[in-house]
Design a protein around this ligand. Structure first.
Ligand SMILES: NC(=O)c1ccc[n+]([C@@H]2O[C@H](COP(=O)([O-])OP(=O)(O)OC[C@H]3O[C@@H](n4cnc5c(N)ncnc54)[C@H](OP(=O)(O)O)[C@@H]3O)[C@@H](O)[C@H]2O)c1
Length: 378
C-alpha cells in the first residue's frame, strides 16, 4: 500500500526540537536550534561510507565513528535511514566526472524514520516514515530540508518491506518514467532502443515501454542472462554487446526496423555507444543520452544532427521533478504502476552498509542487474 501525503510548508514558528520517547540511544548530544538548545537522545557517532579523494572503489571508507549531523536548522529534519538505493551516478562523483567536496558521503535516495525536527517544521513529525531523494544517505542519519519537494511521507505504519521497495524504486523509477514522457514522448508502435536493458533503470524502462507505451523494445545488454531478464520484462529484440560490436548492433537495429532506424534511443552507456546511436537512429528520431557508464560523450558539432534531422537530449532527473506538482505527479504515477502490478521492481541484492565497496565493484564490473540496495544498521 502506498500513501502519499503532500508536504505542507508552514509559516508558523516553534522553538523546540521534538524527539520520540521510544528512541533510547546513547550517548546524548545537543542540537543548536535558533540559538536554543535541546537535549535529544541521538548518538554522537554513526556508521557511514565516505571518501576523502577521488578514485576507484579503493578510496571508499567505512567508518563507525563519523559525527551525526548536530546543527539542525529550524526548517530541517533528521532521518534515521533504513534502506538506501545504490545508483550508478555514485561512481561519477567518486571518479571525479562530477565534482565532490570532501569528506564525501555518497547516496541519493533512501527511506527511513524521522527522529528529530527543527523548530519551524510543521509538515512532518517525529516517527513519520519517509522516502526521499537527497544526498548523503549511505549513513545512519541524514539531515534534510523539510521544505524540499522530494520527500514523501509514507505513513508511520509503513512496513520494512515497503521501506525497502520505496528505496528501490524512487530514483530509477522516476528517471524511467520522466525520460519516456518528457525527454522523448514514446508513441505506440515506436521502435525503441534501450541500453543496459537489465540494469536498474533499464529493466524499468523495458517494462514501461513495452507494457504501458506499447512500443517495440530492442534491448542491448552484455550477457544472455541479462537479455533473458529483459525479455521476461517485455523486450522483443535482444542484442548481446559482448558478441557484437556497437557498430554491428547498429546494423542489426537497421535490419530490425527495415532500414529506417529506431524512433527513440535511451542510451546510458555514453561515450562507447554514441556512434551506434547516430547510425541507428531514424530520420527525425530522438536520442536520449542519459548516462556515462563508459565515460562522457565527446563534444560534437550540432551540424551532425542535420543529415537525419535528429534530436538529442541529455537530461537529468532533477530537471523533471523540480516543482512540487511535478514531483507529486510522477511519484503518484510511479507508485500507482507498482501498486497495480504494471511495474515490478527487481531487487537483485541487498548489501550491508559496510559492504558498499563490494556492491559497487560488482555493479561497475557489470555483474549486477535490477536494483541493488544498502541496508542501514540500527
Ligand atoms: N540522467 C539521469 O538523471 C539518470 C538517472 C539515473 C540513472 N542514470 C544513468 O542510467 C544508467 C543506469 O543506471 P543504474 O543505476 O540503473 O545502473 P545499472 O544500469 O544497473 O548498471 C550500469 C550498467 O551499465 C552497463 N554498462 C555498459 N557499459 C559499461 C561500462 N563500460 N562499464 C560499466 N557498465 C557498463 C552494464 O550493463 P551491461 O553489462 O548489460 O552492458 C551495467 O550493468 C547509468 O549510466 C546512470 O548514470 C541517469
Amino acid at each position: 500500500m502506498f500513501l502519499f501525503k503532500r508536504p505542507l510548508i508552514s509559516a508558523l514558528f516553534r522553538r523546540k526540537i521534538q524527539y520520540p520517547k521510544s528512541l533510547n540511544i546513547k550517548p546524548l548530544i545537543t542540537f543548536q536550534i535558533n540559538k536554543m538548545s535541546t537535549t535529544v537522545t541521538i548518538p554522537e557517532k554513526q556508521s557511514v561510507i565516505y571518501y576523502d579523494k577521488t578514485g576507484g572503489p579503493e578510496v571508499l571508507q567505512f567508518s563507525t565513528d563519523f559525527p551525526v549531523p548536530s546543527d539542525l536548522a529550524s526548517n530541517e529534519i533528521l532521518v534515521k535511514n533504513r534502506y538506501s538505493g545504490i545508483n550508478y551516478i555514485e561512481t561519477y562523483f567518486r571518479n571525479g566526472i562530477y565534482p565532490a567536496s570532501f569528506p564525501y558521503i555518497p547516496g541519493r535516495e533512501a527511506s527511513g524514520e524521522i527522529v528529530a525536527i527543527g523548530s519551524d517544521v510543521k509538515n512532518f513529525k517525529i516517527g513519520d516514515k519517509i522516502a526521499y531523494l537527497g544526498n548523503q544517505n549511505f549513513a545512519q542519519f541524514t539531515k534534510l530540508d523539510s521544505n524540499k519537494v522530494s520527500i514523501i511521507n509514507v505513513g508511520a505504519n509503513a512496513t520494512d518491506d515497503q521501506l525497502k521497495l520505496y528505496a528501490a524504486s524512487l530514483l530509477q523509477g522516476l528517471t524511467a518514467i520522466t525520460l519516456i514522457n518528457e525527454a522523448y514522448n514514446v508513441k505506440e508502435g515506436d521502435y525503441i532502443l534501450v541500453t543496459a536493458a537489465a540494469g536498474g533503470v533499464g529493466l524499468i524502462l523495458v517494462q514501461l515501454l513495452s507494457k504501458i507505451k506499447k512500443a517495440h523494445v530492442i534491448a542491448v545488454a552484455s550477457t544472455n542472462e541479462k537479455l533473458n531478464k529483459a525479455k521476461v520484462n517485455g523486450a522483443e529484440f535482444l542484442l548481446n554487446s559482448s558478441e557484437l560490436s556497437y557498430d554491428q548492433i547498429a546494423d542489426k537495429i537497421l535490419e530490425i526496423t527495415n532500414g529506417k532506424g529506431a524512433d527513440g534511443i535511451f542510451d546510458s552507456i555514453g561515450k562507447d555507444s554514441f556512434e551506434m546511436d547516430m547510425k541507428s537512429i531514424k530520420r527525425k528520431g530522438t536520442i536520449v543520452s542519459f548516462g556515462n557508464a563508459s565515460g562522457a560523450v565527446s563534444p560534437l558539432s550540432i551540424t551532425r544532427l542535420s543529415p537525419k534531422n535528429v534530436k538529442i537530449a541529455r537530461p537529468q532527473l532533477f530537471g523533471y521533478v523540480t516543482e512540487p506538482e511535478e514531483f507529486q505527479f510522477y511519484t503518484e504515477s510511479l507508485f500507482d504502476l507498482i501498486k497495480n502490478g504494471d511495474l515490478k521492481i527487481d531487487i537483485y541484492k541487498v548489501y550491508a552498509l559496510k559492504d558498499y565497496k563490494t556492491a559497487t565493484i560488482e555493479m561497475e564490473g557489470r555483474k549486477t542487474s535490477g536494483k541493488i540496495l544498502l541496508e542501514i544498521p540500527n
